[in-house]
Ligand binder design. Structure first.
Ligand code: FAD
Ligand code: SF4
Length: 812
């Protein structure tokens, strides 16, 4: 029989518990919800932007009435629960209606504190907790010019900002000597005050309100020094108290809040409690992130789905006043055993303070530049030893080492598990994965699928940057399916899937099966199909030279004067006198006008006449050279630095690893050109972090970075992982390249591919899942067993030299 579940409190924590429960056990309960507010479920956090006129009430609705209906939940709004008959397992509402329960959730939130001072009950005195309060303030702002806000904490300042935006003259009266003293130290508090003063808000602090003045309605306040301030509206934002009245009167054990254990059960095991009303391990919370964690645990137990435990939360605070960036977390005062790192740039409006205890971040206050807030918070929550980051820590993640992450790339530089949306506990990886998996293109899409940025909204900028860096130019445009070319309606992915699923093994077969719109295809689809077939059926598919671009057909880069450039492969950029002599001989013999070193540490013979190509190749092959594939959508160079063998900074043998990697990867055909590099230490002389695969040696092994490129738009790599051994580097590189080969669209560089699909799913297969990695690497190596044939030698030895003989001679 379906059990009966009653929720008292239709707010953020209670309804989140139901959402979590519906995911786990949608059929388990017949649910009834009581809420004393007359609305469906809304986002309380966003009352501040509503007050400021930036959002409407409709826009902050989280779950409308249709959500309750669709999930078979009975919603009784405007109905306060007055009593719990625990013996009879029934709740009794103030209007006399009742509901029986098998299990009960209490999520009654908090009540704002009304200071016990004369005049506190006068009309015109409001708190800031719900929609009714916002409506009262909005109305008052239309009638009165002046407001006083009592309390310079988060809520008071957001109220002051909102009222100022509505045109009122606002004075904040605060008891402490700087603002938000629970979250900020004095310098940050003072900078905040200055910023808000610049927005036209006045401050009285330290000051205490002695009384509210007025007979019929509030007309002002009197401070304890006797001064009086005029105000037609007085907002009391002097703190909140867990709302325990109902629980207490029903005999449920309460202290400051309703006492719960790690399963979120109260002393009555049929009754759960979540949200601001609870006290857990001595702590009460006033922010949503912990409440959502609690909701998950409560739902887990209500669904009888497991053994989840809530063990408490570390919280961080952000202020939602546009243009003021403020972040605070943990113990920002520090004690005798801690030290503080401080960066104060008063002129630039930036202040950063990190409190360090035993090489770990214990607290952080950031003002003016909060981009690294999530990173510090993550380091703090994970208890990461920061000794190795010390000298760069204050400057932020973007300045770490020589990784080369530019300013615009800061979000991209964040680790995947960094929490972007603190309110809803959504990490960068969650967002990137949702963008990739579900094809999300707009902020609204991301909000709908991940909830990120849907609560306080302070992470909206980060989410937008993530969208921009993940979907690139497609951001904010509605995704339309993009056909591979004008000859077909099918996209790259659909064509690849058809090749795989229907075992199509030649270009005509693909065209026939997919009803190609042109008989022979075009210069866009033929090279793509040739590559897709080569990748899908290594060893079986015979490459079609006619479907290649001219450089790949000629195995050399055509130059602007019609001659060609020949670049032999120089493994890892390491050569020898014999090789150099051989190159010199070839250059002299064929009168090569220019011999030049390339950016990839090779020697380029420029100006080779087409008819000389086979002999040039034959001579080079005779000296042991193979093609450098400088002309192809293929693996090109592996650049190395001198590394441990010669360099006093080197910590690993980067040269040998580079050579091994090049021997492993040469000859591979890829969707676009691929460049690799290996540096012997984080000084990164081989510029590894702008390569498709860049390896950087560290004391303990190797860091692997991926998806960078130089070119017109430089993109620094994303950090993929750190490994211990050279063999692991090779396996990860092979797996990454194979995934790129299998997933990327033809002519898509690794950078664009990673931005399109997101790093998280790639990391999952290449790093986290060892079996998947091994399988990918195997496929790469298998394909390589057919690909590592030197095309120069083949062509030099071929009986048919016609392609290289000028047309005139062939004809004559
Ligand atoms: C203006 C404002 C800005 C905020 N900004 C942030 C922020 O930026 N970041 C952040 O993390 N947090 C913020 N918060 C705090 C956050 O909104 C709360 O932590 C969160 O809403 C608490 O959720 P809850 O479900 O415990 O309580 P609530 O959301 O208050 O829900 C409790 C509900 O239960 C109802 N109720 C109580 N008793 C009864 C009863 N007997 N019968 C029926 N119904 C009852 C209440 O009326 C209420 O609707 C803000 C809060 C406010 C007011
Ligand atoms: S990267 Fe390090 S090891 Fe390599 S050359 Fe530069 S300083 Fe030396």
């Amino acid at each position: 029989m379906t059990e009966r579940l009653v929720l008292v409190g239709n707010g953020m924590a209670g309804v989140r518990t139901l959402e979590e429960l519906l995911k786990l056990a949608p059929e388990k309960y017949a649910v009834t919800v009581f809420g004393d507010e007359p609305y469906a479920n809304y986002n309380r956090i966003l009352l501040s932007p509503v007050l400021a006129g930036d959002k409407t009430i409709d826009e902050i609705c989280l779950n409308g009435r249709d959500w309750y209906e669709n999930n078979g939940i009975e919603l009784r709004t405007g109905t306060a629960v007055a009593e719990i008959d625990r013996g009879g397992r029934r709740i009794i509402a103030a209007d006399g209606t009742t509901a029986d329960y098998d299990r009960l959730i209490l999520a009654t939130g908090s009540r704002p504190v009304r200071l016990p001072i004369p005049g506190a009950d006068l009309p015109g005195v409001v708190t800031f907790r719900d929609i009714a309060d916002v409506e009262a303030m909005t109305e008052a702002s239309a009638k009165h010019d002046r407001a006083v806000v009592i309390g310079g904490g988060l809520l008071g300042l957001e109220a002051a900002h909102g009222l100022r935006e509505r045109g009122m003259e606002v004075t904040v009266v605060h008891i402490a000597d700087h603002l938000m003293e629970r979250q900020l130290d004095a310098p940050a508090g003072r900078m905040l005050q200055q910023s808000m003063a610049e927005r036209g808000i006045r401050f009285e602090l330290p000051a205490t309100t002695e009384a509210i003045l007025g007979e019929e309605a509030a007309t002002g306040i009197r401070l304890n020094d006797g001064r009086e301030l005029d105000a037609g509206l007085v907002v009391m934002a002097a703190g909140i108290r867990p709302n325990t009245g109902l629980a207490e009167s029903s005999g449920i054990y309460c202290e400051r809040g309703i006492l719960v254990g790690d399963t979120m059960q109260t002393f009555d095991p049929r009754i759960w409690a979540v949200g601001e009303c609870v006290q857990h391990r001595g702590a009460t919370y006033g922010l949503v992130a912990p409440l959502f964690d609690q909701a998950k645990v409560a739902a887990n137990h209500l669904a009888e789905a497991g053994t989840a435990r809530y063990e408490g939360s570390v919280t961080s605070t952000k202020l939602k006043v546009s243009g003021i960036d403020l972040f605070s977390a943990g113990d920002f005062h520090g004690g005798a055993d801690s030290e503080a790192m401080v960066l104060a740039d008063a002129a630039g409006g930036v202040y950063k303070k990190l409190v360090i205890e035993e090489n770990r971040i214990a607290g952080a206050v950031l003002f003016g530049d909060t981009i690294d807030g999530s990173w510090y918070f993550q380091l703090m929550r994970d208890g990461t030893d920061i000794s190795e980051l010390r000298d760069q820590l204050l400057f932020g993640q973007a300045h770490l080492g020589d990784a080369g992450h530019g300013e615009g790339n800061r979000v991209a530089a964040m680790a995947d598990d960094v929490e972007i949306c603190g309110c809803n506990g959504v990490s960068k990886a969650d967002i990137v994965q949702a963008i990739g998996d579900k094809g999300l293109f707009t902020l609204e899409d991301v909000r709908a699928h991940t909830k990120a940025s849907s609560s306080c909204g302070s992470c909206t900028g980060l989410v937008e940057s993530l969208l921009a860096s993940t979907v690139g130019e497609g951001y904010e445009t509605t995704p339309a399916k993009k056909a591979l070319c004008g000859c077909t309606e099918y996209s790259h992915d659909e064509v690849r899937a058809a090749i795989r699923d229907h075992a199509l093994k030649s270009i005509p077969e693909v065209m026939h099966f997919l009803e190609w719109g042109s008989e022979d295809g075009c210069n866009k689809c033929r090279p793509a199909l040739n590559y897709y077939l080569l990748c899908a059926w290594p060893g079986e598919y015979a490459d079609d030279p006619a479907s290649r671009f001219v450089n790949e057909r000629a195995h050399a880069n055509i130059q602007k004067d019609g001659t060609y450039s020949v670049v032999p492969r120089i493994w890892g950029g390491v050569t020898s006198p014999a090789q150099l002599r051989a190159i010199a001989e070839v250059a002299e013999k064929y009168e090569v006008p220019t011999v030049k070193f390339t950016g990839g540490q090779r020697v380029d013979l420029l100006g080779v006449a087409k008819e000389n190509l086979p002999q040039v190749w034959a001579d080079l092959a005779a000296h042991g050279f193979v093609s450098g594939h400088a002309y192809g959508k293929a693996v090109r160079t592996v650049k190395t630095c001198v590394g441990q063998e010669w360099c006093r900074f080197g910590v690993q043998d980067s040269t040998s690893l580079g050579i091994e990697l090049e021997h492993m990867a040469w000859g591979a055909w890829t969707p676009h050109k691929v460049k690799l590099a290996v540096s012997g230490c984080p000084r990164n002389c081989a510029e590894s972090t702008v390569k498709d695969v860049g390896v950087v040696a560290v004391e303990s092994g190797w860091e692997i970075h991926v998806a960078g490129n130089g070119g017109t738009k430089v993109r620094a790599c994303d950090f993929l992982t750190r490994v211990d051994t050279a063999d692991q580097v090779k396996e990860h590189t092979a797996a990454f390249l194979q995934l790129y080969r299998e997933q990327a669209h033809y002519l898509e560089r690794t950078a664009h591919w990673v931005e399109r699909v997101g790093l998280a799913p790639i990391r999952e297969r290449v790093v986290d899942d060892g079996d998947a990695r091994a399988a990918l690497a195997e496929r790469f190596w298998y394909a390589q067993s057919f690909a590592q044939v030197d095309p120069w030698r083949q062509h030099a030895e071929s009986a048919d030299q016609r392609p290289y003989i000028p047309l005139k001679e062939v004809a004559g």
